[in-house]
Design a protein around this ligand. Structure first.
Ligand code: GDD
Ligand code: MN
Length: 382
């Protein structure tokens, strides 16, 4: 195989020092969050399996507290093909991978976890397949024949299977492991999709297949998912929630912003809360309708605020005193929205005499107002 990179290797005692003198062919993008102890063993393995290939590794670190970025930079000072892209104030596996790829110039781009659970020995074969066949992407699959989930417990395996089934809503090709975070892609295929990527959560592969302007030509190679050596998985309920958001964004994002869809869904839930509290207070507390309606309205507004703060605006979540300030501004926004709602509904009703059309028109105007203004005043980006 033609060597496109000449490594001038200098052995200083036990340490290996490298100087790059040629174009990089393969960039391995490694998203990291608290993976300090995995960095060195991973680099050693990459050096072993990628010998003879012009490669570099870009660790995309989201400001890990365990010093992962500093550790990578320390190695990078001796080995310039080891690079660190540190992000401050931002989190997310998918966006980390996207930004790592955008920071590289190589024609072939690998995405792999940095905790040694993905089998790096597959990399040369993935690259060779991409170079010799008409393919856009080669994927490491745990579900292809010969692949496996390693020591995953039954519940995690069941969740993964369910999530895989859900992905068929937005991925129209027959991928055996759409949840895989392990693949090598050609730069043109990535660049054709990059501006339409949602970048939500963990599922960059699904995002790529659902955003590509044409079906990607792909191949799957089996591998065994390994046990984690150091640190712990970052997969939590928030990641599951982000996956649902990714699916929602791919399904309706081109019609309405996903955040508005979530806001509207929570608004709908608010209606249920409102009616439930109204019924309860009217029948149990024995107060008049006006009091009961006011209690129901305040409760529904408060639960809408808390749910939106937790889900819709989790990336701008308010805490402490700012939570209280946010709640008050949300009350003001929604009260004006309610006036607008009633005003528009009355106008449509007297113009058209259709009570349901009036009601729907009022509700739409009210929720669009609530969404637009609370995005500016309550959850403004900082
Ligand atoms: N920069 C950055 N920011 N990196 C992150 C973040 C983040 O917010 N969250 C996780 N990572 C890094 C981890 O440090 C690790 O290197 C890699 O992403 C995978 O994270 P894990 O927490 O180890 O995920 P997992 O093992 O539970 O699941 C992985 O494997 C599955 C099977 O392929 C992920 O890749 C899943 O997407 C994949 O489905
Ligand atoms: Mn992992």
């Amino acid at each position: 195989m033609a060597r496109t990179l000449q490594e001038i290797e200098t052995m200083r005692g036990t340490d290996r020092e490298v100087r790059l003198v040629g174009p990089v062919e393969l960039t391995v993008v490694l998203p990291t969050f608290n993976e300090r102890d995995n960095v060195e063993p991973l680099i050693e393995r990459l050096e072993e399996v990628l010998a003879g290939i012009a490669w570099e590794a870009i660790f995309v670190d989201d400001d890990s507290r365990d010093g992962t970025a500093e550790h990578v930079r320390g190695i990078g000072r001796r080995k310039p093909n080891i690079r660190c892209l540190q992000r401050l104030g931002r989190r997310g596996l998918s966006t980390a991978c996207i930004e790592g790829i955008l920071a590289s110039s190589a024609p072939f781009l690998a995405v792999m976890d940095a905790d040694l659970q993905h089998d790096e020995t597959l990399l040369p074969r993935m690259l060779a397949a991409l170079k010799s066949e008409e393919l856009d992407i080669v994927i490491g699959s745990r579900y292809a024949a010969g692949g496996g989930l390693g020591d995953w417990d039954r519940s995690r395996a069941r969740i993964s299977k369910f999530a895989t089934r859900l992905s068929r809503l937005v991925v129209k090709v027959d991928l055996s492991d759409p949840m895989s975070g392990f693949f090598v892609i050609r730069r043109p295929a990535f660049e054709a999709a990059v501006r339409d990527l949602s970048g939500q959560g963990f599922k960059i592969l699904i995002d790529l297949f659902a955003s590509a302007p044409r079906p990607l030509a792909f191949k799957e190679l089996p591998y065994q998912f390994r046990q984690r050596q150091h640190g712990e998985s970052k997969l939590d309920t928030l990641v599951a929630w982000e996956y649902l958001q990714l699916l929602l964004d791919k399904l309706v994002g081109h019609i309405v912003p996903v955040r508005f869809a979530l806001f509207a869904m929570i608004g709908g839930l608010g209606l249920v809360v409102h009616l439930a509290v109204l019924g309860l207070v009217l029948n149990l507390a024995g107060v008049g309708f006006t009091v009961a309606q006011s209690v129901a309205t305040m409760t529904a507004m408060t639960s809408n605020f808390l749910l939106n703060n937790w889900f819709t605006y989790r990336d701008r979540r308010l805490h402490g005193w700012r939570l209280l300030g946010g709640l008050l501004s949300f009350y003001v926004v929604c009260s004006i929205g309610a006036v607008g709602n009633v005003g528009i509904a009355a106008y449509v009703f007297y113009a058209d005499q259709s009570w349901w059309l009036a009601g729907v028109a009022g509700a739409i105007v009210g929720s669009v107002w609530n969404y637009a203004t609370s995005a500016v005043f309550t959850w403004r980006a900082r």
